[in-house]
Design a protein around this ligand. Structure first.
Ligand code: MN
Length: 203
């Protein structure tokens, strides 16, 4: 059975950029909902239920056709949200990448501001529900939109960080003002954790 991971901060920790009510509902209702539907779909498939969620997303070929799309939607929902909570934290001044991830971003995108600009453009131009990821591919870092709960692992790439641009991630506070949410979100990115994920993915 897949389980909802605890946050290692309070629901209010990301205020004022992401509000407490949104965090609470997003974690306990939306994320939990994906997990419940995933577990239900995998009933009778103990071999799949015993995989880590990363393994499950990389083994879509082994999933029976009749449950494959449900597993993609809800397994994707589980892994994406697990990453999302992990790469956030309370805001701090001058929040920006450092270390190897900073070097890699500068090398690929020029500098942090250019990277942010590209990432924001992708977030604003994503039609409907989905995510924008910084992913590691065989050609290095890449910024990519994924619709619904699709995840880079499904395509053989590694998710380093990403933003949830489903309306449920911002609607209570920002209503239709996605750009304000995306701008605010940069304040609460946990770059130490992103660095950790980047180093792990680069191994
Ligand atoms: Mn979400």
């Amino acid at each position: 059975m897949y389980k909802l991971p605890d946050l290692n901060y309070e629901y209010s920790a990301l205020e004022p950029f992401i509000d407490e009510a949104t965090m609470r509902i997003h974690h306990t209702k939306h994320h939990q909902g994906y997990i419940d539907k995933l577990n239900k779909a995998l009933e009778g498939h103990e071999n799949l239920m015993n995989l880590t969620i990363e393994e499950l997303m990389m083994k879509l070929d082994e999933i029976p056709e009749e449950i494959k799309q449900v597993v993609i939607n809800n397994g994707g929902g589980h892994i994406n949200h697990s990453m999302f909570w992990e790469i956030l934290r309370a805001s701090k001044e001058n929040n920006k990448p450092e270390g190897e991830i900073e070097k890699a971003i500068n090398q690929k995108f020029g500098n942090f501001e250019e990277f942010k600009k590209l990432f924001n453009e992708k977030a604003m131009s994503l039609f409907g529900s989905g995510w924008v990821f910084l992913e590691l591919t065989t050609n290095g870092l890449n910024v990519k939109r994924h619709s619904f709960q699709n995840n880079p692992l499904m395509y053989g790439n590694k998710p380093i960080m990403g933003i949830d641009v489903w309306e449920h991630a911002y609607y209570l506070k920002y209503q239709n003002r996605r750009a304000e949410y995306v701008d605010a979100w940069w304040n609460v990115v946990n770059w130490e954790k992103v660095e950790e994920r980047y180093l792990e993915a680069s191994k």
